[in-house]
Design a protein around this ligand. Structure first.
Ligand code: ADP
Ligand code: F6P
Length: 323
């Protein structure tokens, strides 16, 4: 029998729609199991500064449908220092916290690993719109962000069509093209550029525009992941090489907000519940993951060393049907 009496929950790194649903599930599962639950504000900063408060089941009412995170989030360079880690450990002792659920990305998992190594069992839950966490097929926030991007590009398509232009749209993803790939397919993009696949402007865009133009296409949408480079430059090159008036649009942080979709609320709720069940058994240093249609868990060290190859087959499908 484990002696877990109190756990903490924090959100860390870039926020993602569905984080609130995960916090709600963590708090309510813990309380249902007779475990106290503390909210830790602003990620690891709150742990260092002692910005920690006990949460009741009603503290998480009316948040399941809200984007952002009621616990706030932050990036905490201080947490990576010995001094910061010591302050965090002191606060765990002070509040009697003997388990923490960390909702965030790979960086946040590294912090959870460090705390686990020092004797505070931690469980990570994947929260990022990028879907780039290697140990899981799905990350909380991805579905909402894809839908947001799709709706925004649908609006853009109207004006692109009226003016017979080419719109070059940047979606988020500094290191990952998952969002660009899925949103690009959903909006029927003529071309999708991602950091994982090298591109050639003439072969992959100009030629394609020329070909589709010959078969009667009059407007073009090019979806570009943030990590590829400046969309304004791509738009300028397209205009120079094809003579088609081109405009660049950066969707930006709007993709990180909004009410979470069914998928994100449901996934977050189940993962939150799963994480607390692990901690309640005294199991830490784990990450909750979605693999082959099931929620499972992995050792954090193992998870951080996994790879997640980009879905090149799907990328090729997108190219095939964008003619
Ligand atoms: P994400 O969790 O979305 O990947 P970051 O990479 O910014 O976001 O990480 C969030 C926070 O996790 C950092 O601000 C830091 O406090 C902590 N963190 C990141 N990397 C490490 C690391 N190598 N060791 C310890 N803590 C880390
Ligand atoms: O990791 C999520 C993400 O939204 C990336 O897609 C993007 O590159 C980055 O965060 C932006 O971070 P910031 O909030 O610091 O601008």
């Amino acid at each position: 029998m484990s002696n877990v009496t109190a756990i903490g929950v924090l959100t860390s790194g870039g926020d993602a729609p569905g984080m609130n649903a995960a916090v709600r599930a963590v708090v309510r599962t813990a309380i249902a199991m007779g475990i106290k639950c503390y909210g830790i504000r602003r990620g690891y900063n709150g742990l260092i500064e002692g910005d920690i408060f006990e949460m009741s089941i009603r503290d998480v009412s009316d948040i399941i449908h809200r984007g952002g995170t009621v616990l706030y989030t932050a990036r905490s360079p201080m947490f990576k220092t010995e001094e910061g880690m010591k302050m965090a450990m002191d606060n765990c002792k002070k509040f009697g916290i003997n388990g923490i659920v960390v909702i965030g990305g790979d960086g946040s998992y590294r912090g959870a690993r460090d705390l686990s190594l020092r004797g505070i069992p931690c469980v990570g839950i994947p929260g990022t719109i990028d879907n780039d966490i290697t140990s899981t097929d799905y990350t909380i926030g991805f579905d909402t962000a894809m839908n947001t991007a799709m709706h925004m590009v649908d609006k853009l398509r109207d004006t692109t069509q009226s003016h017979e232009r080419c719109s070059v749209v940047e979606v988020m993803g500094r290191h990952a093209g998952w969002l660009a790939l899925e949103a690009g397919i959903a909006v029927g993009a003529t071309a999708i550029l991602v950091p994982e696949v090298e591109y050639d402007i003439d072969r992959d865009i100009v030629l394609k525009i020329n070909d589709t133009q010959r078969s009667g296409k009059k407007h073009f949408i090019i979806v570009v992941a943030e990590g590829v480079g400046e969309v304004s430059k791509v738009a300028k090159q397209i205009e120079e090489k094809t003579g088609i008036e081109s405009r660049a649009t950066v969707l930006g942080h709007v993709q990180r907000g909004g009410s979470p979709t069914v998928r994100d609320r449901e996934m977050a709720s189940c993962m939150g519940n799963y994480a607390v069940k692990l901690l309640s058994q005294g199991i830490g240093n784990r990450v909750v993951s979605y693999r082959s249609g099931k929620i499972v868990d992995f050792d954090i060290f193992e998870a951080l060393n996994m790879t997640k190859p980009f879905d090149v087959a799907k990328y090729e499908t997108a190219n095939t049907i964008s003619i």
